[in-house]
Design a binder for this molecule. Structure first.
Ligand code: BYC
Length: 327
């Protein structure tokens, strides 16, 4: 009989060898809990993330833009559903995860607690928010838990369409009237710092990174991914002819990276704790969706109870027939 220590050693050997861990494999309790936390929070982010963008579906400036945005928002719903399913393989139900979101026990990405004030915000979200998400999620296609890694492959393909549609909106605005360009600049100014915060706290303030790196849940640290995002995005802003809202951004030849200014970590933690500009509105919207969906859940449960009752009845009749009790 294997003791816990042997199992844990064997588990780490599998991780080190690059094997995927599957739901029925033995895993340390903390590995399971970390995944439930991260995957469910990721799922909540996808679902809550539909709200700021959904706000613009009826006001998109053309049919083409409306179709693109509708498709994107529907994709986010799909991402949330794959991720909830991946978390369910670890022994938590969808209802429990939803309750954790509604009661504030589970977080969702800080970025979705900011408002979308103009159409340019839809461009900035696609370009910067999906751009940041891809950098984080490409890493997660190589995460050690099989269902999470596999969900990420498809999600990344869709995110890359989202990023391009956002960048194309920005490009159109930047090639438009001076007012349109100003709108794009304003959206960049407001989205830039919150997008950098998406990667989480600095490595030295990140309590989960060390263990998550050892278990290959994370393959890169928060700061590494943030730097990668800055390096990719600054030239894209230059191509748009926009000014980065950070006077300290400068190419550092020695490091081979862009240097950038200090992030306002007080703002980040305030938003994470529920005090951002839209936290209350977002949770109220999710609570309303949950309450409005009660009749659907009731109907589905009633249908399933009736179906199993009918099946039991028909199995009973079949059994009596085979025993010759009835014709
Ligand atoms: N916002 O030790 P750390 C999308 C929390 S959606 C809020 O570094 P970890 C999209 C963190 O949870 C994409 N909370 O944590 C959708 C932890 O608290 P708990 C969303 C944050 O987990 C619609 C504490 O701070 N992507 O693309 O090692 C439309 C300490 O942090 C944030 C994902 O969810 C934050 N930004 O690393 C458009 C990716 N950052 O849980 C687009 C999956 C940190 O201990 N998640 N916290 O109470 C991850 O990769 C990691 O969980 C993180 C944080 C890098 C986010």
């Amino acid at each position: 009989m294997d003791n816990i220590e042997n199992l844990a050693t064997r588990f780490q050997e599998r991780i080190d060898a690059g094997e995927k861990i599957e739901p029925k494999d033995w895993m340390p309790e903390k590995y399971r809990k970390t995944h439930i936390r991260q995957i469910s929070q990721h799922a909540h982010s996808e679902i809550v993330g539909m709200l700021p963008e959904g706000n613009w579906i009826t006001r998109a400036p053309s049919l083409k833009r409306k179709l693109g945005l509708l498709a994107k928002v529907q994709d986010e719903a799909g991402h949330g559903l794959y991720l909830y399913s991946a978390a369910e393989t670890l022994g938590i139900s969808r209802d429990e995860m939803t309750q954790q979101l509604l009661t504030g026990k589970a977080k969702y990405s800080s970025i979705f607690n900011y408002p979308t004030l103009t159409w340019a915000d839809i461009g900035a979200i696609g370009w910067l928010v999906d751009g940041a998400a891809i950098i984080n999620q490409v890493m997660l296609t190589r995460t050690s838990f099989g269902p999470y890694a596999r969900a990420m492959v498809r999600i990344c393909k869709e995110e890359s369409f989202h990023q391009r549609q956002g960048y194309e909106i920005m490009l159109t605005l930047c090639n438009g009237t001076p007012e349109q360009k100003e709108m794009a600049q304003d959206a960049l100014n407001r989205t830039w710092w919150p997008a950098l915060m998406m990667f989480g706290p600095r490595d030295e303030d990140s309590p989960n990174t060390k263990q998550s790196m050892a278990w290959k849940i994370k393959r890169k640290t928060n700061d590494e991914l943030r730097q990668q995002f800055v390096d990719i995005t600054v030239p894209q802003a230059e191509f748009l002819g926009l000014k980065m809202p950070d006077p300290e951004i400068k190419w550092n030849e020695e490091r081979g990276h862009y240097d950038f200014g200090a992030i306002d970590w007080d703002e980040f933690w305030q938003v994470v704790k529920g005090n951002g500009p839209c936290n209350k509105e977002r949770i109220a919207a999710r609570q309303k969706a949950w309450d409005d969906g009660q009749w659907v859940r009731d109907a589905a449960l009633a249908y399933s109870a009736k179906k199993s009752e009918n099946e039991e009845k028909s199995n009973g009749i079949k059994a009596q027939r085979s025993e010759g009790k009835i014709a």
